[in-house]
Design a protein. Structure first.
Length: 193
């Protein structure tokens, strides 16, 4: 990349996000195992990380106020490029939570790969990975539970509780969430023409 391309990219980025949001992102990024450019928006309360010894990776992402990331002793949280987590989103990763590129995660969403406590009669918690594909939209107050895989381009309706895998390019809604529709990915159709 030459210097003029770099200057162009910096100017473009500063039109979208303020210097203050970038500075908050730099401060927030210190809590990550590895992070690229993070942006923190929305004021207080600032995003929070509770890490009990796990790993936390993020590419170029945006975090809004009230976001809380909890990583267990052996947990891993991966958030890929272009994804944003809106206000009061909670992610708990005791084993693995992976969120793909360009995901839009709305307000008050909960994503957990664990029960957080043993079930009655058991001595250990049950942890199973959560994998969210690229270009996924998750609506307000949706809950994504352990062991779920959400395919690329899926849309999860507001208030849904996802307990099973959701296929790509589908729309899921309800408690528990069920696929109610499929759609054609417009970008793929444009590439074909």
């Amino acid at each position: 990349m030459n210097i003029s391309d770099l200057i162009y990219r910096v100017r473009l980025r500063l039109k979208k996000f303020s210097i203050f949001e970038h500075i908050l992102g730099l401060i927030f990024a210190r809590k990550f195992t590895k992070a690229k450019i993070l942006v923190v928006s929305g004021g207080r309360p600032y995003p929070k990380v509770i890490n009990q010894g796990g790993e936390l990776y993020a590419e170029n992402c945006q975090f809004y106020s009230g976001v809380r990331l909890e990583i267990g002793k052996n947990g891993k949280l991966i958030i890929k490029n272009g994804t944003y987590l809106n206000r009061n989103t909670l992610i708990v990763a005791n084993k693995l939570v992976e969120i793909g590129s360009d995901c839009k995660i709305s307000w008050d969403v909960i994503i957990m790969d664990t029960d957080l406590h043993p079930l009655p009669g058991k001595t250990e918690t049950i942890d199973r990975p959560v994998v969210i594909g690229n270009n996924v939209w998750i609506g307000c107050r949706a809950i994504i539970l352990k062991g779920v895989k959400i395919g690329n381009g899926a849309i999860i309706a507001a208030g849904s509780v996802v307990t099973k895998d959701i296929p790509e390019n589908s729309i899921a809604a309800g408690v528990p969430a069920k696929v109610i529709s499929y759609y054609s990915n417009v970008k793929e159709n444009i590439d074909v023409i």
